[in-house]
Design a binder for this molecule. Structure first.
Ligand SMILES: [Zn+2]
Length: 354
C-alpha cells in the first residue's frame, strides 16, 4: 500500500476544487487570449516575469477559493513543447508538419537521436510555488502518448518505443517534483481520447511507468482539448453522445493511477460512463473552457450533483474541463469563482443529508 501524503487539509475538505492546468497569462508577459503566445520579455526579465506571473496566478486561485492550487502554467509557452524543449535528441530547427491527434496540422520538432533529460525542467518553478503556499499543490506534465503525438519521429520509428522513453524521463522529473513537495502530479493525456487501441496496448502501461515509485497522488487528465477552432470543429463531428471515455476507462480503473480528470460540463459525455471508473478519485470538469460565458454556481452544482450519482462524495474533486490559457483573465477569474461557489452549494447539500 502506498502512503498518501496529501495534505490533511485536503483529506478533511469535502469536494476540494482545482483547475485542469493552465490559466491566462498577464498581458505584460505574453499576448493574451492566445495559445503558444510568444514571450514579451527576454533573459533575466523573462525569468522574473514568469515568476511574478506565477505568484499572481496563485493569488487569483486563492482569492477565488480554489483548494488545490497550481502554477497556472505561467512559466511555459505550451503544455507539451516547453517540456520537450529541455530534452536532448530533439531538433527544434528542422521541423516537420504532422497531424496532431488526427485533427489539425502543425509544424513540430523532429526526434533525431536518443531522448534524455539532462536536467530538471520544472523543479525550480515548483519550489517557488511550494514556498508561496501551504495549500496542496498540483503540477501538470504532458503524458507520454500526447508527447509523441506532438513530434515527428525520425529515430525510434516506433510510437510505442518513443513513448516508453518519454515515460522514463517523465518519471525522473515527477520524482524530483515530489521531492520538492508537490502533492499531486498530473499527466495530460488528451491523446487517450483518440488512439484507443494504442491506449489499451501500451498507453496506460507507459503512464504507469511514468508514475512508478511515486508516493504523492497521481492524476491523468483526459479531455476534448482547449476551446480552439480545430477542437470545436472536431467536436461537431462526434455526434450527440461522446462515448470516447468508454474505451480507456475499464483499463484505467484497473491501473495504478489515483485520480482521473475529465471533461463533463456542457460536454456530450454521458455521465453514467463514470460508473466504469468507480473507486478512482475523479476530477469532474464542471467549467466549460470553450466559451466565454461564465457558469452560474447553480450550473456548476448541477453538473456535480449529476456526477455524484457515479462518484462517491469523498472521491469527487470539482475541476475545470481543461486549461483556461486562451480565455481572458476576467472570464477565467469568474469561472474559478463559480467553481468554488458551486462546490460549496453541494457541500452544504451533503452535510444537510448527514
Ligand atoms: Zn485538457
Amino acid at each position: 500500500m502506498k502512503t498518501h501524503t496529501l495534505k490533511t487539509s485536503i483529506q478533511n475538505t469535502l469536494l476540494p476544487t482545482s483547475t485542469a492546468g493552465s490559466l491566462p497569462k498577464p498581458s505584460w508577459l505574453a499576448q493574451p487570449e492566445a495559445l503558444w503566445s510568444p514571450w514579451k520579455l527576454k533573459d533575466e526579465e523573462l525569468i522574473d516575469g514568469k515568476h511574478d506571473a506565477l505568484r499572481v496566478s496563485l493569488q487569483e486561485q486563492q482569492q477565488a477559493g480554489i483548494d488545490i492550487v497550481s502554477d497556472g502554467e505561467q512559466t511555459r509557452q505550451h503544455f507539451v513543447t516547453t517540456f520537450i524543449e529541455h530534452l536532448t535528441g530533439v531538433d527544434f530547427v528542422n521541423r516537420k508538419t504532422v497531424k496532431i491527434r488526427d485533427r489539425y496540422e502543425a509544424s513540430v520538432p523532429t526526434v533525431i537521436g536518443a531522448v534524455s533529460r539532462p536536467k530538471s525542467v520544472f523543479v525550480e518553478d515548483a519550489k517557488l510555488l511550494r514556498q508561496q503556499t501551504s495549500q496542496p499543490i498540483k503540477w501538470a506534465l504532458p503524458g507520454p502518448m500526447t508527447m509523441i503525438d506532438t513530434l515527428y519521429d525520425d529515430h525510434y520509428q516506433s510510437r510505442e518505443k518513443l513513448a516508453w522513453e518519454f515515460a522514463k524521463i517523465l518519471n525522473q522529473e515527477a520524482k524530483e517534483l515530489e521531492a520538492v513537495g508537490v502533492d499531486i502530479i498530473q499527466f495530460d493525456e488528451p491523446a487517450f481520447n483518440v488512439f484507443f487501441d494504442e491506449v489499451n496496448d501500451w498507453g496506460i502501461a507507459c503512464l504507469e511507468r511514468a508514475i512508478e515509485g511515486l508516493k504523492c497522488e497521481t492524476a491523468v487528465h483526459i479531455c476534448y482539448g482547449y476551446g480552439i477552432k480545430a477542437n470545436t470543429d472536431w467536436k461537431k463531428t462526434l455526434g450527440s453522445e461522446w462515448r470516447q471515455y468508454e474505451e480507456a476507462f475499464p483499463k484505467l480503473q484497473q491501473s495504478t493511477i489515483d485520480i482521473i480528470s475529465l471533461e463533463c460540463h456542457n460536454s456530450h459525455v454521458p455521465m453514467e460512463l463514470l460508473e466504469l471508473i468507480r473507486g478512482k478519485k475523479v476530477m469532474v470538469g464542471a467549467i466549460d473552457v470553450a466559451t466565454d460565458t461564465i457558469e452560474t454556481p447553480e450550473e456548476v452544482a448541477k453538473t456535480l450533483r449529476e456526477a455524484l450519482k457515479y462518484v462517491d462524495a469523498d472521491k469527487l474533486y470539482p475541476c475545470t474541463n481543461c486549461g483556461m490559457a486562451p480565455l481572458s483573465r476576467n472570464v477565467a477569474r469568474g469561472k474559478l469563482k463559480a467553481l468554488s461557489v458551486g462546490a460549496e452549494i453541494i457541500r452544504r447539500e451533503l452535510s444537510n443529508k448527514n
